[in-house]
Design a protein. Sequence first.
Length: 234
Amino acid sequence: MMTEAIILAGGLGTRLRPVVGELPKSLAPINGKPFLSYLLDFAREQGVKKFIFALGYQSEQMEAFVKNYLPAESYVFSTETEPLGTGGAVFKAATLATSSSVIVLNADTFFGVSFSNLAIIHELQRAACTIALKPMTAFDRYGVVEVDKLRVVGFSEKKYRETGLINGGVYALDLTRFLQRSFPQVFSFEKDYLEKTYRDQLIMGMISESYFIDIGIPEDYARAQMEWVTRSGR
């Protein structure tokens, strides 16, 4: 069981700005509640006790929401003074963790996977990182993750595909190994860590058909508003 989670919530959200204005995209309302509230409720149900929020753009709004929503002892903030990329944000936040492994979540994506199942695969395989993978059909917005017996063996760029596994934005990450690696100050978790290291360290995948939504573009934000009505209060 992993009880700590890093929440990546520092993105600029430029594609969603025409719809939500200067509001951080993870605070965009879904049926009257900030999207992030659904993600935090789900993570707490999954056993997360401590959240490390990697913040950047509009960090004051994010801090105000978190302070009002979570118990004071259950969170800390890791705030960028300048953009660090997803990798730099994870690296900075990871220094505040007290566990050897954590769950990493994108604050604008909901993927209803079992954190405990993800942790079991991660720990049994002694993986450096384990990625939750979502099977998709008829898509062109995402790249594809290639696996062999759940071991990640490649990444393919975005293009139209009939079927494929996409990175669902939920990870179990071994912090001991991650923090020992050498990275530039600004780097991408996906491009500069996952895609550059899967050949020399064990990156695993866990395939899940659980509900997935990424509200990063107006079309999917609108879809989330409709779909959430039917999802047991989420």
